[in-house]
Write a protein that binds this ligand. Sequence first.
Ligand SMILES: NC(=O)c1ccc[n+]([C@@H]2O[C@H](COP(=O)([O-])OP(=O)(O)OC[C@H]3O[C@@H](n4cnc5c(N)ncnc54)[C@H](OP(=O)(O)O)[C@@H]3O)[C@@H](O)[C@H]2O)c1
Length: 278
Amino acid sequence: MQSPIDSGVVLITGASSGIGRALALEVAPRARALVLVARRKDRLEALRDELAAARPALVVRVFGCDVTDRAAVDAMLLAATAEVGEIDVLVNNAGFGDLSLFDLSAWSRTEQMIALNVTSLAYLTHRLVGPMVSRGRGAIANVSSGFGLTFAPGMASYIGTKHFVTSFTEALRLDLAGTGVRVTQVCPGPVRTEFNEMAGNFTGLEPPALLSISPERCARALVRAVDRGRALVVPGVVAWLVVMLGVVCPRWLLRLAYWPIARALRKKQLAVRGAPAP
Ligand SMILES: NC(=O)c1ccc[n+]([C@@H]2O[C@H](COP(=O)([O-])OP(=O)(O)OC[C@H]3O[C@@H](n4cnc5c(N)ncnc54)[C@H](OP(=O)(O)O)[C@@H]3O)[C@@H](O)[C@H]2O)c1
């Protein structure tokens, strides 16, 4: 069966950088049209020009849109479908993390993260999946995280949002069984993007190079998963091993192993803030 990416209309959220940008470049040679969404419209326009130069037949529409703003999303979908037709593939990629112990985090940031990583993903899916089911064709491709399958200290809210994405995607895939609509997700370990910087990494440490992959590799893995109708992929051999270790390891052992790391994170975060350690 032909992949819905081929000659399809692909909407990608968070296409202004990282994995979303790489996804746009990956599907551009095959799609009929791309709808690229993010807040930084200047970056989307530069990407559109790059894509148009490489493949003039490709239709690219860019929308400077905060996907947590319901009215802006509704207006964007109305304009996009009027200009390029129904969306065949929705890639829910926009998201951010917050590296902080929960009690030391800012509520405004947590709220914004849940609005983006959870609510906007569910809303966009709800808006677009019905017409896909009616046409008997389409795909929902979600960018979750290895943290959607396991847990660790220092990112409780982010990990919670990604557990929503992973479980929601698995359950949605079952709901849509036999409808012709594919549902897939990528659960990457560290990817070399702006993510770490945006997450407010206070540790001064970077993820090990061996564990990290490029956004291009992550994008290729998700596109291949859509093509093959796979449920879930963890790209990169080392990342796969680490994520699977977190999945199969008894939870009591994980809690024990993470205990000293959590204590060290608290000490570090308080020191960075200039507050006395407990
Ligand atoms: N990098 C990693 O290590 C890693 C690992 C696992 C999972 N992930 C997941 O991968 C996805 C993409 O992240 P990335 O690594 O590519 O990070 P990134 O380079 O920071 O890209 C994040 C994208 O999300 C967009 N975005 C943020 N807030 C938005 C909003 N309110 N409305 C619309 N767009 C918004 C950003 O665009 P604007 O700022 O222009 O709006 C940007 O294009 C996220 O869901 C993240 O959780 C990343």
